[in-house]
Ligand binder design. Structure first.
Ligand SMILES: [Fe+2]
Length: 459
């Protein structure tokens, strides 16, 4: 048995596309965030000359050392940072409490210097140029490389202190001999401010966006799994429904050997008409299913009437006409397929209102029933019956044309005529989709031939 093609849920397909797109965007976004160096670098230059207000002199009179240079008391010097705190980078120093003199009478002491980074971001590759008095002599320096040119001492970082974090300081220092004056008169510091992206507000927003994207991907994935499960269940249900429909169709057709295959042929013709009417694939499928059960009401007609050889009398005709009404009632509770009862209940209605069971007119008749009516009539005419052989193409075409607008919907008949003209026959090869077949030259009554063996295989 060939199975109906089950349409994939459009919602599921859309969700798959949305998930893939979202996942790719998130992946690219996070990769860019991780790989691209978005740090910005700014060169900072600060220069400061110490003034009297900056310097706090702490008077110390050494016990053992006379004031040989100035005949004065030595003073310990502290640079007061409070006066220069607005600078983003500043240097303060203080001298040691211990003083001594060298052979030439210069006074030496230890200068402990701190470079403070008062900026919001860390700095790197700093260069400190200290202005010292002309007679000053640097004896040694630590935590920095230094060079002297006239009264400028240029200090550069060593490997471990090239970076100064925000609101932090690094210590450097030297031994300096002076003639008694204060050794350091001012400084100039140049550094590169490194605004690391991770420390900016932009990075915070970027992380928030990444989190939102990841949450969206997660939600999308959960939705996808849910939809997949729903879709799988829907597929299973559709298969159960399809198999049930085929079973019902076979039961109907089994009641009369002369109409064997009738339900499936009518379903295929109806689907082809719907396709030519530019109906959607889902709608074509719906019409196919409805047409499969269009004669289900025949189960309510006794075999002696249904299989009667020879013409029916008026009473028997009235009984057999009841199959439309019976079919409508049988299927009225079948809600899984929209309009299923319409096909069974109204496929014998006529456009002119002379049909049965309700005598509906024109567009009062559901469209699916109008389609099935034409397909049903074509198959009835083209198939052999116990009391006659199948009618010829020429006769059938003339009948369809003659009854267009009275029995049949005149807007739908042309599609059936097209199908006849093109020799449409739904051949099933290896269970694949129907193929068109040309039989333009057949003038004989239509009958099942070897080329139509698909009908028997499909049952
Ligand atoms: Fe019927």
């Amino acid at each position: 048995m060939s199975k109906l093609r089950i349409q994939k849920s459009k919602k599921y397909q859309a969700s798959v596309i949305m998930f893939v797109v979202l996942a790719v965007i998130t992946g690219v976004y996070i990769s860019v965030l991780m790989l691209v160096d978005m740090d910005s670098k700014t060169k900072l230059t600060y220069e400061h000359s110490y003034s009297a207000e900056d310097i706090e002199l702490l008077s110390i009179i050494p016990k053992d050392e006379p004031d040989k240079a100035n005949n004065n008391s030595y003073s310990r010097i502290v640079i007061n940072a409070d006066n220069i705190k607005e600078d983003k980078l500043y240097v303060i120093y203080e001298t040691s409490e211990e003083f001594w003199t060298d052979d030439s009478g210069r006074i030496g002491c230890q200068y402990d210097i701190c470079i403070y980074n008062n900026a919001k971001y860390k700095v790197s590759n700093w260069t400190l140029v200290l202005t010292v008095s002309d007679e000053s002599k640097i004896d040694s320096f630590w935590n920095g490389e230094y060079s002297i040119e006239k009264n400028k001492v240029t200090v550069t970082p060593v490997e471990y202190n090239s970076y100064i974090n925000s609101k932090a300081s690094i210590p450097i220092g030297c031994i300096m001999y002076t003639n008694g004056e204060i050794g350091i008169e001012g400084y100039k510091i140049v550094a590169t401010e490194v605004r690391e992206f991770q420390n900016t507000d932009g990075y915070t927003y970027a992380i928030i966006i990444a989190c939102v994207l990841l949450i969206c991907v997660l939600i999308c994935f959960i939705m996808l799994m849910h939809l997949k499960r729903t879709n799988d269940i829907a597929k299973e249900n559709a298969e159960i429904i399809n198999e049930s429909l085929y079973t019902f169709a076979n039961i109907i057709d089994a009641k009369d050997t002369y109409t064997r295959g009738h339900s499936i042929r009518v379903a295929l013709y109806s689907k082809e008409i719907a396709r030519r009417m530019k109906k959607s694939a889902d709608e074509q499928e719906r019409i196919y299913r409805i047409a499969l059960l269009h004669d289900i009401g025949k189960v309510g007609v006794t075999d002696d009437i249904l299989k009667k050889a020879g013409r029916l009398n008026d009473n028997e005709i009235e009984i057999i006409k009841k199959h439309a009404e019976i079919g409508g009632h049988i299927l009225e509770k079948f809600g899984s397929i929209d309009g299923l009862a319409d096909g069974a209940g109204y496929h014998h209605e006529r456009i002119d209102g002379k049909g049965y069971p309700e005598g509906l007119k024109d567009k009062e008749i559901p469209e699916v029933a109008r389609i099935i009516c034409i397909a049903d009539s074509y198959d009835a005419m083209s198939s052999s019956r116990c009391y006659r052989k199948g009618l010829g193409e020429e006769y059938i075409v003339s009948e369809l044309k003659a009854c267009a607008g009275s029995q049949f919907d005149a807007e739908i008949v042309p599609f059936m005529l097209e199908m006849i003209a093109e020799g449409f026959a739904p051949i099933k090869d290896n269970g694949d989709e129907p193929k068109k077949r040309r039989e333009k030259s057949h003038k004989k009554p239509y009958k099942i031939s070897e080329n139509h063996s698909w009908i028997w295989r499909i049952l």
